[in-house]
Design a protein around this ligand. Sequence first.
Ligand SMILES: [Cu+2]
Length: 143
Amino acid sequence: MERRTWPARVLWLVLVTGGMAGIVPAAASEQLEPVVLEPDMDGVQRAVIFMNSYAFTPGHLRVQTGAPVEIRLENRSWLIPHNFIIDSSIPDIQRTVNVTAGESVTVRFLPETPGTYGFYCDKRLLFFPSHREKGMEGRLEVR
Ligand SMILES: [Cu+2]
């Protein structure tokens, strides 16, 4: 350790932090256990989903049919715009919701048909892979 040169330490640090930056957000979207929403006192099922680079957290929600759902999408990035695109077979849902950096937007709908609906972010910078390709996707389970 004492004899390790500065360039070697810097390289080690870059490898460790760079590796973590790549792994942590993807793991957040891939969580297996769903967040199960319980209706509030007014009967609305509410959740907050954080959007960052490049994950939805939580990335897996479970709701029940027959009670309205309100999901606040919070973009926690400083600069990067994200969006929330969901399967259009849910009636009356806004299919694409754009959320600029640092802002939040609330989506409301009434789930009536059980099923699993995927959602994702299709933003991309120039020719780079889309956020979805980097792991920014999730699912909504209606039971
Ligand atoms: Cu995105």
